[in-house]
Design a protein around this ligand. Structure first.
Ligand SMILES: Cc1ncc(C[n+]2csc(CCOP(=O)(O)OP(=O)(O)O)c2C)c(N)n1
Length: 204
C-alpha cells in the first residue's frame, strides 16, 4: 500500500502560482491535464489529450527552442514510463531551463486505477507493479539533479526548484489516489497549439 499523502490539486496550484509569459507548461494526458487546468487555464499551458509518452520529448524540444523561457513538464508516472529514453536525451542535452515534475500515484489513474509499474511489487499475478523508481531511473540516465518528494514540508522547496533552479531538474512527487472532478481544458488540439504559438510568438 502506498504511503503517499500529498494531494495533487493544491500542489499543482502552488507550483503554477503566478505563472506568467515566461513559463511554458506541458501536461500529460490524464490527471495532470485536469490538474493544470484546475490551477487556471492559460494559453501557455499545453495539455496533451492523448499523446501518451509525449510530454518529456515535447518539453525538451520546447526548452531547446526557447532557451529564455522556463519549460515545466507536469505529468503522470505512466506517461513518463512510455518514453523513458527521453530522460537520457534530456541528460545529453542538459537544457538549463527544463524542469520535469512527475506526479506518481502508482496507478494508471485515468483508465481506472490499475497498478502501474511504480506500484510496489506484490508477487501476485494480477494488478502487481514493479516497484519502479523513476527518480532513480532519471539519475541513472544522467540527470544529476533528481529528487523524490513525499512530505508537505518539502513542497515549498519543490515549487522553488521547479520554477527557478538551474535545469535539468527532475522531481518525483508521490501523490495519493483521489477521486477528483474533471476540470477540462479546451479539447481541440489545433486550437491549443494555435493559442500556445500565438501567446509565445505573437501573430505570424
Ligand atoms: C498509447 C496509449 N496507451 C494507452 C492510453 C490510455 N491511457 C490514457 S491515460 C492512461 C494512464 C495515464 O496514467 P498516468 O500517466 O500515470 O496518469 P494518472 O492519470 O495516473 O495521473 C492510459 C493508459 C493512451 N491514451 N495512449
Amino acid at each position: 500500500m502506498s504511503k503517499a499523502t500529498l494531494q495533487r490539486r493544491p500542489l499543482v496550484k502552488k507550483i503554477l502560482d503566478g505563472a506568467d509569459g515566461d513559463l511554458l507548461v506541458i501536461a500529460g494526458l490524464g490527471s495532470s491535464n485536469w490538474d493544470i487546468t484546475n490551477a487556471g487555464d492559460r494559453p501557455l499551458n499545453m495539455p496533451l489529450w492523448g499523446a501518451m509518452g509525449g510530454t518529456v520529448p515535447m518539453g525538451l524540444g520546447l526548452a531547446l527552442a526557447q532557451p529564455t523561457k522556463r519549460v515545466l513538464v507536469i505529468t503522470g508516472d505512466a506517461d513518463l514510463m512510455m518514453t523513458l529514453s527521453a530522460l537520457a536525451t534530456v541528460a545529453a542535452q542538459q537544457p538549463d531551463n527544463l524542469a520535469i515534475c512527475v506526479l506518481d500515484n502508482e496507478k494508471f489513474g485515468e483508465t481506472g486505477n490499475q497498478a502501474s509499474h511504480t506500484s510496489p511489487r506484490n508477487n501476485g499475478p494480477i494488478n502487481s507493479g514493479a516497484g519502479a523508481d523513476l527518480a532513480m531511473i532519471a539519475r541513472g540516465c544522467g540527470i544529476a539533479d533528481t529528487g523524490t518528494v513525499t512530505e508537505q514540508a518539502d513542497v515549498a522547496q519543490l515549487v522553488n526548484d521547479l520554477r527557478t533552479k538551474k535545469g535539468p531538474v527532475f522531481r518525483l512527487v508521490k501523490v495519493m489516489v483521489e477521486k477528483l472532478e474533471f476540470v477540462m481544458p479546451p479539447q481541440d488540439g489545433a486550437h491549443l497549439k494555435d493559442r500556445f504559438r500565438q501567446a509565445l510568438l505573437g501573430q505570424a
